[in-house]
Design a protein around this ligand. Structure first.
Ligand code: ZN
Length: 259
């Protein structure tokens, strides 16, 4: 599942080929958007910004029009040079923005909408987002305040996935960040002190920002995520996994050195 670093990474690659350019062609091959007339509405408009907040991505056009996307579990962004093989089949493309020899493509995207720029500021889902964990502007005080506003009986691992607490962290980074700070994802918020919460957030912030700026996923640590039954790299105890939270997302942890 794409997390905030992947989305910021895509925004950076898209900016490089779209910024301050009027796309040569915009297509919406998927039937769901066939009647939306986006090619007509966006015709002749330059791209003035491509940015991300958490897992949300925005392509901002002249004239106060913004494309908003969220990839959920299934979607992907591709940036392809002409003639290069696309990362997924063309029939899975929902949106194609072509500028010169580059095509920016959204595949399998469940949330894709064209909105007035003003709505991106007042939309309830977007306005409720917590501070973005990726990038220099990560607001640690805001994160702590939002974390402390949660039910103190809520598990830290569950709270970290709540995009209203902090935006951008998904299941893999949640598991790795808790491991790095030696905090069990099952510990109740009431028993996680501020230093521990900040240590978790700081690891996510540093590592995800690095990943967002990189050209691959080599920067991603994999100490616990997907390693059920394998020995912990710190203490050798087998890593455990179990579903957590309302969505029953599988969480991974070392039962010995994460308490
Ligand atoms: Zn361990």
């Amino acid at each position: 599942m794409p997390e905030g670093d992947t989305i910021h990474n895509a925004a950076r690659r898209m900016r490089a080929v779209l910024l301050d350019r009027v796309p040569d062609e915009i297509r919406t091959p998927h039937p769901r958007h066939g009647a939306d007339r986006w090619p007509e509405r966006l015709q002749g408009r330059a791209v003035r910004g491509v940015d991300a907040h958490g897992k949300h991505l925005f392509v901002r056009f002249d004239g106060e029009l913004t494309l908003h996307s969220h990839l959920r579990m299934t979607g992907a962004w591709g940036v392809h040079r002409e003639g290069a093989r696309w990362k997924r089949a063309a029939r899975r493309a929902w949106l194609v923005i072509r500028a010169g020899e580059w095509s920016v493509v959204e595949f399998d995207g469940p949330v894709l909408e064209l909105m007035r720029e003003s709505r991106t500021r007042f939309d309830r889902r977007l306005a409720a987002l917590g501070p973005d964990v990726v990038g220099e502007r990560f607001d640690r005080d805001d994160f702590l305040a939002r974390l402390r506003a949660q039910d103190p009986a809520r598990a830290i691992g569950d709270a970290l996935l709540d995009q209203r607490v902090v935006a951008g962290i998904g299941n893999a980074w949640k598991a790795e960040s808790c491991f790095a700070a030696r905090v069990s994802p099952w510990r109740e918020l009431a028993r996680v002190d501020d230093d521990e919460a900040l240590a978790i957030a700081e690891f996510a912030h540093q590592q995800m920002s690095r990943s967002a700026a990189s050209d691959g996923f080599s920067a991603r640590p994999r100490a616990v995520y997907g390693r059920t039954g394998l020995p912990c790299e710190r203490c050798g105890t087998p890593i455990r996994s179990r579903g957590q939270g309302d969505d029953n997302r599988t969480t991974y942890w070392c039962p010995a050195c994460q308490t």
